[in-house]
Design a binder for this molecule. Structure first.
Ligand SMILES: Nc1ncnc2c1ncn2[C@@H]1O[C@H](COP(=O)(O)OP(=O)(O)OP(=O)(O)O)[C@@H](O)[C@H]1O
Length: 318
């Protein structure tokens, strides 16, 4: 039985400008023990999908199950199997860290949870803050408590919605060490993030959402293999010819272009020279998840076999 199952999930919102379809028939399963990444640009529908999974929003149609429990018909059982770390920090400022975690345990009917609470505090680098009031904690510390709070009932499925947005390197490392350890011990992890480096390092399988639809669903290594295998990187102050500009990832002076082989590299550099531009600091590197993501989002990867797409190519290009 899958740990999480999304079956043909659609969601529309009524807005002042009419109906907005945030999710359009999303289907995929996450198996127990997977570290699964859900990626997509702003507005793709990631938070909507997670809100439906957590029972905070209702799907317009389709079904979502957690360890076989329907999130609507069998809400309490589904919720018990889930530990959701939300994006936003909301706490009662008057309780201490330990009290906050005891209260949360109480919501799940768990008493005498201090041994596990201590393990959580230790694992998340919060041991010396157990007695501190929530209002005395820094933003990063509060975020750690949010993670601990989601895990008080030892849920088999951990859902992290952009847990590292705006947090420092130390917290990221603590968080990933702890979550990876829980994953190695059998927990299923569903992660949404805009940090593609983190997703590449952590996730075994990835789904990419675009405008409410799954446009790629494959193991991380298959996604990387399916991408243009190399990237040509150089710096320039000059304008690129329009055909190259359309494919390029440009950050300030740095231009990055997919290049399969040496012939591609020569062809691109010749085109740059012909356009009267000068390329400096030329490098060739292996494609990473960010390159794959950009290829998928611009439709270029729709034809690559390794990107197991549930949609026909025509739909992807539309
Ligand atoms: N309560 C709501 N009412 C109306 N429209 C909404 C509501 N919540 C989300 N949307 C719209 O649904 C679409 C999907 O939004 P969602 O927040 O799920 O995207 P996301 O992938 O999580 O984006 P981000 O990366 O910015 O968090 C967007 O167009 C958004 O404006």
């Amino acid at each position: 039985m899958p740990a999480v199952s999304f079956q043909n999930v659609s969601k529309s919102y009524r807005t002042a400008r009419g109906e907005l379809q945030a999710l359009k028939g999303v289907s995929f399963d996450i198996e127990p023990g997977e570290f699964f990444g859900l990626l997509g640009p702003n507005g793709a529908g990631k938070t909507t999908l997670i809100s439906i999974l957590a029972g905070l929003a209702r799907a317009s149609s389709g079904a979502v199950r957690v360890h076989g429990h329907d999130v609507r018909q069998d809400y309490a059982a589904a919720r018990r199997h889930l530990g959701v770390v939300p994006q936003e920090l909301v706490f009662d400022p008057f309780f201490s860290v330990r009290e906050t975690l005891r209260i949360q345990s109480g919501y799940f009917g768990i008493r005498h949870n201090d041994a596990w609470i201590d393990e959580l505090l230790d694992g998340l680098g919060l041991a010396d803050k157990a007695g501190a009031n929530m209002r005395q904690l820094s933003g990063g510390m509060k975020r750690r408590v949010l993670v601990a709070q989601a895990l008080v009932h030892k849920p088999p499925v951990i859902v992290l919605d952009e847990p590292t947005a705006g947090v420092d390197v130390e917290l990221r490392q603590t968080l990933w060490q702890f979550v990876s350890q829980l994953n190695r011990q059998g927990s299923t992890v569903l992660l949404t993030t805009h940090y593609l480096e983190e997703a590449e390092a952590l996730c075994g399988r990835i789904a990419m959402l675009k405008q409410g639809q799954v446009v790629a669903l494959a193991t991380t290594s298959d996604l990387l293999r399916g991408a243009s295998s190399n990237v040509l990187r150089f710096k320039t102050d000059d304008a690129l010819p329009p055909d190259l500009a359309a494919q390029a990832r440009v950050t300030g002076r740095v231009v990055q272009l997919p290049a399969q082989n040496a012939l591609d590299v020569e062809r691109i550099l010749a085109r740059v020279r012909e356009a009267g531009a000068t390329a400096e600091d030329i490098e060739i590197r292996k494609a990473d998840l960010e390159d794959v993501f950009l290829e998928v989002m611009t439709g270029a990867a729709a034809s690559t076999a390794a990107v197991a797409s549930p949609l026909p190519t025509e739909e992807l290009k539309a």
